[in-house]
Design a protein around this ligand. Structure first.
Ligand SMILES: NC(=O)C1=CN([C@@H]2O[C@H](COP(=O)(O)OP(=O)(O)OC[C@H]3O[C@@H](n4cnc5c(N)ncnc54)[C@H](OP(=O)(O)O)[C@@H]3O)[C@@H](O)[C@H]2O)C=CC1
Ligand SMILES: O=C(O)CCC(=O)C(=O)O
Ligand SMILES: [Mg+2]
Length: 743
């Protein structure tokens, strides 16, 4: 048919979305081929990124392209069209496991050096630092964020509501956060009156300023600085633990150790040391020798003590168990396997874990596998307060009802590593008491904090161009959806006060006639949005980067049951587009189920939605009318899939991810065969539509027949592509039918 001029880059990531890709991508290509569109695959998986970091240690056959670096460059191209699936933001324990797996497969990648001493180890550590935590999203997200539930998805959720745990007025669950000594209480903020290089310095006991970092800032850029007191943090943890013990309420910790990859693992480590205080007091010296790092959770203790004699191991394990005697019950990640909330820092991630708790009547799982009231500890108070507002609202009004509730979409300030999510290279854990300060080019002190050993100090940058574009995106969304938009700007925050001036200024660049635009503090904004939501009304939340993340799990999980069903668009500043598939993660539990019973409950709705927008944009930008027809038919196919209940089931033996892909293909082909805009395209897809429909029962039974037994994919982070292909494409009839059209 047409010659190929247009390219969509599809990302190969990790865990459940990567598994789904093995089934979905061949189907996508069957359709895009007909419009002359190339869908290329770019490997940005954790394993792929580890391999790309050490080309010199690999053989020619083992070497891989640096997909992330290539995509990072592509984001600057106005023709960029990238479909980004969720990927692992690795904690140290996950990175270690990935390295071990690659080594076992014969790749000579180095061990992760915990305490690098030699230059070689330091270089290795540096290379791994670029792979750790949220290393992908900040590179690709070169624009602000537009996340919402498409009308068809919202309508479906209203018609077929997911379960929502009832709320009891007597619930003892609550959010708890610091009342001082945290980042919120120390935040300072300045806006640059001109482009200049500022200096971040530390002055210690010797009185001599030490340069920590130089930052080249643009005119109009907002720079913040703040610190968290280690002493205040530890006493806060101790107090919350004692309160829980006395009240008989379970204790849980919710941080974002993945995205906040420098500061939050440290916060997590303090929690581990306080909870298991007696263990760390007694064995601290031994732990230091063994290289135990509490920031990696209790898994680090269990891992490192393996090298000790059996009797010492048992003694330490007993000391750990003794802690449980006088500490409150700890929320569990996996009560069957005995994995607690403090096991690894990446198991409980606040954006998803708090909404899940709220959906479960404010409860989390206890040691006995039962749901219980919980104190949700989120030390940093800046954003934690919104969760208490939601809890209060649910206690007073009962749980939200997915059948009637309105929608809260989000326009998020995310471009150019905005705010806290770009702070990692400006975050320092202090090794002595002193003063941290920021000086301008003229040597004047812009901001300064007195700090103590162990405190976590950080600076955050937000570029003016990103703010201006964010305001524009918000106004456009308000206009196009005829929905009130609320800028969440807190009077009590120094950063938000700087932002407010810019928002007020940039709003004047737009025609606001007939629009309803508000500026509210966080508590006011969330109450306003919830009041409207309860009455079935929609509201746009216009927020900074962290609230973007938190709210786009919180509201979708309440409204739709999962944030996987969100449309997530990143209009990039350079003109290209990135289409994220959903707003959630890579669902490790789904992989476990596939491995155990060859059933993948991952719902690819996010991929379907992203692909449709990607095709539509490509159609408009590249003048490819066929892409537009494909997009329109794909949206209709997705609606049919929802209406006919062809989303994956949670149970083995029933339709899963692969089966839902088959239905998408069938409906998409049928819609294309039936449309009247492009007769050649209709004729092209008519035979496929017919043969898929003729073979529906056979294909579905082939897809379901393989379920029930374990699936061998030979690896978790770097599974064997041939094995994956076999597992994810088990229907010979479907494979042949698709091949016939391509052939
Ligand atoms: N954009 C990105 O790249 C993001 C990446 N992450 C990364 O993902 C990993 C896991 O994060 P986690 O916080 O556990 O959150 P996830 O969103 O991966 O999982 C939470 C739960 O949400 C449900 N879920 C999520 N996506 C789907 C889907 N497509 N279909 C059906 N159900 C879904 C599942 O519930 P159930 O088990 O009940 O079926 C799942 O267990 C981490 O490595 C994290 O860093 C996290 C967020 C965003
Ligand atoms: O990049 C990450 O680590 C997580 C991203 C995320 O949670 C989000 O954007 O909603
Ligand atoms: Mg998130």
């Amino acid at each position: 048919m047409t010659t190929k001029q247009s390219t969509i880059v599809y990302t190969l990531t990790d865990e459940a979305p990567a598994l789904a890709t093995y089934s979905l991508l061949p189907i996508i290509r069957t359709f895009t081929d007909a419009a002359g569109i190339d869908v290329t695959l770019s490997d940005i998986s954790l394993a792929g990124r580890v391999l790309a970091a050490f080309p010199e240690r690999l053989t020619d056959e083992q070497r891989v392209a640096d997909g992330l670096a290539e995509l990072g460059e592509l984001t600057q191209d106005p023709h960029a069209n990238i479909i980004k699936l969720p990927n692992i933001s690795a904690s140290v324990p996950q990175l270690r496991a990935c390295i071990k797996e690659l080594q076992s497969q014969g790749y000579d990648v180095p061990d992760f050096p915990e305490n690098p001493k030699t230059d070689e180890d330091k270089a290795i550590r540096e290379a791994y630092t670029k792979v750790l935590g949220s290393a992908v999203n900040p590179v690709l997200r070169q624009g602000n964020s537009d996340r919402r539930a498409p009308a068809a998805v919202k309508a479906f959720a209203r018609k077929y509501p997911h379960s929502m745990g009832a709320w009891n007025k007597a619930s003892r669950s609550h959010a708890d956060y610091m009342n001082g000594g945290d980042f919120f209480s120390s935040e300072q903020s300045v806006t640059m009156d001109k482009a200049q290089t500022v200096r971040i310095e530390f002055i210690g006991q010797d009185g001599k300023p030490q340069l920590k970092k130089e930052l080249a800032l643009q005119q109009g850029e907002v720079l913040d600085s703040m610190f968290m007191s280690a002493k205040a943090l530890e006493s806060f943890f101790e107090q919350t633990l004692q309160e829980c013990k006395e009240a008989g309420v379970m204790w849980s910790l919710h941080v974002k150790a993945t995205m906040m990859k420098v500061s939050h693992p440290i916060v997590f480590g303090h929690a581990v040391k306080v909870f298991y205080k007696e263990v760390f007091d007694k064995y601290g010296k031994l732990f230091d020798e063994l290289g135990v790092n509490p920031n990696n959770g209790m898994s680090s203790v269990y891992d490192k003590i393996k090298s000790l004699p059996q009797s010492t191991q048992e003694e330490i394990e007993e000391a750990i168990h003794d802690c449980y005697e006088h500490r409150p019950e700890l929320a569990m990640v996996d009560s069957v396997k005995g994995i607690t909330n403090l096991h690894v820092p990446s198991d409980v991630i606040v954006d998803a874990s708090m909404p899940a708790m709220i959906r479960n009547s404010g409860q989390m799982w206890g040691r006995d596998g039962k749901l219980k009231d919980t104190k949700a500890v989120m030390p940093e108070s800046t954003y934690a307060r919104i969760y208490q507002e939601v809890i209060n609202f649910c206690k007073t009004n009962g749980a939200f009802d997915p059948r009637t509730m309105g929608s809260v979409s989000n326009v998020g300030l995310m471009a150019m590593k905005a705010e806290e999510y770009g702070s990692h290279d400006k975050t320092f854990e202090l090794t002595e008491n002193g003063t941290m300060r920021v000086l301008n080019e003229a040597g004047e002190v812009l901001m300064q904090h007195d700090v103590e050993k162990g405190d976590i100090w950080r600076a955050c940058q937000t570029k003016d161009a990103a703010i201006r574009d964010w305001v524009k995106l918000a106004v456009n969304r308000a206009r196009n959806s005829d929905t009130p938009a609320v800028f969440w700007l807190d009077d009590e925050r120094a950063h938000d006060n700087e932002l407010r001036k810019k928002v007020e200024h940039y709003l004047q660049e737009h025609d606001l006639n007939g629009l309803s635009i508000h500026l509210m503090s966080y508590n006011e904004a969330i109450r306003f949005s919830m009041e409207r939501m309860k009455r079935g009304k929609d509201t746009i939340s216009v927020t900074g980067n962290v609230l973007r993340d938190y709210l786009t799990d919180l509201f979708p999980i309440m409204e739709l049951g999962t944030s996987a069903k969100m449309l997530s668009i990143v209009p990039m500043l350079a003109g290209g587009g990135m289409y994220e598939t959903g707003a959630g993660g890579s669902a490790p539990k789904h992989v476990q189920q596939l491995m155990e019973e060859n059933h993948l409950r991952w719902d690819s709705l996010g991929e379907f939605l992203a692909l449709a927008v990607s095709l539509e944009e490509l159609g408009i930008k590249e003048g490819n009318d066929r892409a537009k027809v494909l997009a329109a038919c794909l949206d209709k196919a997705t609606e049919q899939l929802l209406d006919n209940g062809k989303s994956p089931s949670r149970r083995a033996g029933e339709l899963d991810n692969r089966g839902s892909h088959f239905y998408l293909a069938m409906y998409w082909a049928q819609e294309l065969a039936a449309q009247g805009d492009d007769a050649e395209l209709a004729a092209h897809f008519a035979p496929l539509a017919k043969s898929l429909a003729d073979n529906e029962d056979k294909i579905v039974s082939e897809l379901n027949a393989v379920q029930g037994n374990s699936a061998g994919v030979q690896g978790y982070y770097h599974a064997d592509p041939a094995a994956l292909e076999k597992v994810m494409r088990p229907s010979a009839t479907l494979n042949q039918t698709l091949a016939q059209l391509n052939g």
